[in-house]
Design a binder for this molecule. Sequence first.
Ligand SMILES: Cc1ncc(C[n+]2csc(CCOP(=O)(O)OP(=O)(O)O)c2C)c(N)n1
Length: 619
Amino acid sequence: MLEKIKSPNEVRKLSNKELKELAFEVRKRIIEVTAKNGGHVAPSLGTTDLTIALLKMYNPLKDRIIWDVGHQSYAYKILTERNDRFDTLRQYNGISGFNNIFESKYDAFGVGHASTSISAALGIAIAREKLNKEGRSIAIIGDGALTGGISFEGLNQAGHLQKDMLVILNDNNMSISKNVGALQAYLTNILVSRSYNSLRNVIWKFVQFFPDHLRRRTIMSARKLEENIINTLAPNIIFEDLGFKYIGPVDGHDIPRMVKIFRKIKKNLSGPVFMHVVTKKGKGYEHAEDNAPRFHGLGPYEIKTGKSVKNKLSTYSTIFGDVLCSIAEKNKKIMAITAAMKNGTGLTQFAEKFPDRFFDVGIAEQHAVTFAGGLAVQGLKPFVAIYSTFMQRAYDQLIHDIALQKLPVVFCLDRAGLVGADGATHHGAFDISYLNSIPNLVVMAPANAEEFSAMLRFAENYNQGPIVIRYARGTADFINKKITPLKLGKFELQQKGSKYAIIAIGKAFQIAMEVEKMLKRKFPELDFYLINARFSKPLDEILLGELDQNIDKIFTIEENSIIGGFGSQIKNFYVNSSTNVYSYGIPDKFIPHGDVKKLKELIETTPEQIFKKISNLIK
Ligand SMILES: Cc1ncc(C[n+]2csc(CCOP(=O)(O)OP(=O)(O)O)c2C)c(N)n1
């Protein structure tokens, strides 16, 4: 059947039975492709039925469907003219893992970072009204994404403006790990109280058939019980209080039921509507259902067993988790904070060992940072682990709440640099640029596993202000050498030279070493300074000053935007000198998704490419 669906118009013609069959085929396709390419399996299997019901009732070119994060939109991609290219999911030049307005006319808004759908859908609803365009605006947001503050900023305005729009809450009780917080407890409360309501109706109906005396007694005790239960169970529906019409909870795997409700909404309801849909993450694939956190997003896996194809090696994230646990063993002031990325940032073990010193704040990066500020101002030592790309959310908090007050918070920015298959929305391309300009902040980046460990220990003992450690995604390189304790702002001079120097920061130092070897082979008469910067802020001004006396050209390498990055700091340092600085890093472009090696070729930062460029400059 899927073969025959060339556009979503054809979904609208299908019967209930055919829709069910289609859901089965779409799930099969998602599993087959993600088993090869990796991807967000469980979220997309969970929303397959909802997607089909939506496409049965809405026209996605006229009605605008806005996914939140977009990691759950694979079924949507398959059914909106992308099935033939779906095998290229997350590969270079292939289908993106999220929604992208440049990829398809069916993608109404670009996504990747959470909690944006309601705001975008409201903007779209108002624009369509002002421009006299037909159609509804529909946001689909998960219970995890709903914990992000922006979603409430959107609800607040939407409830006030009373424009036609539909917000669908895809409630599967899970963020990446189990969803946490009072809001999740509240949503569960709604589910329990609503199912209690239907149970109550059944009981009342049943009691009607009791003989009189029994009925009276049963009714009296039932009433008492009900009063008690209702007070604890039945909450006000917040979304109604905010001005939405609330529908739900609805079984998100019952396509005919959802279709009926969409039909009613289209026909009878105006203003903002909030539909609460309950789904199972990973639905239809037993391994994903049984282990939704692992199947939230993973690399290639074996369909039959669900096992990952590659064994996990030591990554910077796992090292972070291990070292922090060992530091926290002795130092009771250490607290760990994550914004819904417990597993991704390597904090699972910490959460188990020190549950009262671990905080998952939900998808709430801004809150995570200011919350850490509160802990630090009272004398605790918080380590906040956030991916580089998501830290962009909390820029003002970093400046206003932390750096300005010199609070000793340690920020561990995972996934700094190119991340690969998740693409433009997820590359950690900008952190050095956005951090270097903040006063009172120390910014470090490890070149290898041992150095990372030394940086975490340095950060534990540094109390003059905040520190950021930015580190790469994936396997860490080990040098199998102990590192002497770090000194603030001191670069590591690995090799002395003359005339030319290569300075790199973070994982890019591995590239620098390769480049130096190639250069030495080509120019045996030359000696290159080889420097591992370790710090992007403060700079090692003493060493840079010494170089100025001996050096013609400096080559900097980093995996960060060239604009405002490490190289530009070095250029700034030499602005009044005759030393020329050439920088290699991420150019002024958004980098697409694909294998990291391929992406490095694209931006001309493989060791071979940098070697060639430097060779030309030396010639
Ligand atoms: C600002 C931001 N922080 C963190 C993430 C990483 N992330 C992607 S999906 C996700 C969980 C989303 O949960 P939910 O919205 O309930 O969707 P589900 O995966 O359960 O369908 C998280 C934390 C993100 N995309 N954006």
